[in-house]
Design a protein around this ligand. Structure first.
Ligand code: UDP
Length: 191
């Protein structure tokens, strides 16, 4: 079920339901794009038609923040809990580990995604990782796209900041089964 908040459609899925949908997409090899819709991006989309389109055309749009859960409730729709980018990523790791997923981390300052991988790999050795930092020049982008294609990730996490990461994923379909914009999650994982 979805709720329309200021023109942005948000899924009512809980964290475990969201993770389950993502697991199903990977096992079915069905490409999906995930947006975690926080109040900032919902607000920004009021003034940015292209952004609203990019969010609403995603396959999963999570309620990223208690404010979004609250707004849904005001509109008469119950959402069990918020589903933030970092929490979603954390809840995917055990699944990724068991399923031996290939995960690509794109974004963050140089060294951050590698550091994040080092931390995560200690607990989840079954996941195969690859990384690129998020401060590439326009002429370097084709090299990154090639690296992603060659790695063939099951899940591509893009932490370039919102809304750039949302546009980036929408503009580069076919790189992965699951693409998720994750903001500053690599910084959090790197510790
Ligand atoms: N970032 C990046 N390339 C850039 C600008 C930002 O990779 O050109 C990264 C930055 O290092 C940080 C993330 O994008 O890891 C943005 O985090 P923030 O928490 O500010 O974004 P939000 O969660 O608000 O989208």
């Amino acid at each position: 079920m979805r709720v329309n908040i200021l023109g942005v459609t948000v899924d009512t899925y809980s964290m475990s339901e969201t993770a389950e949908k993502i697991k199903l997409a990977v096992s079915a090899q069905r490409p999906i794009r995930v947006v975690t819709a926080n109040p900032e991006i919902i607000y920004a989309s009021q003034y940015n038609w292209a952004l609203k389109n990019v969010i609403n055309s995603a396959d999963i749009i999570t309620a990223d923040g208690i404010g979004v859960v609250w707004a849904a409730r005001q509109l008469g729709t119950q959402i069990e809990e918020r589903v933030t980018g970092i929490d979603l990523v954390q809840s995917l790791f055990p699944i990724a580990n068991a399923e031996k997923w290939r995960m690509y981390f794109l974004g963050g300052r140089p060294g951050i995604a590698e550091q994040a991988v080092k931390q995560v790999a200690e607990d989840y050795p079954g996941i195969v990782f690859h990384t690129s930092h998020g401060y590439f020049q326009p002429h370097e982008e084709s090299g990154i796209l090639k690296e992603i294609c060659e790695f063939r990730p099951d899940v591509l996490l893009v932490g370039l900041g919102a809304p750039r990461q949302e546009f980036w994923l929408a503009e580069h379909p076919g790189l992965t089964f699951v693409g998720i914009g994750v903001g500053g999650s690599f910084d959090a994982l790197a510790g």
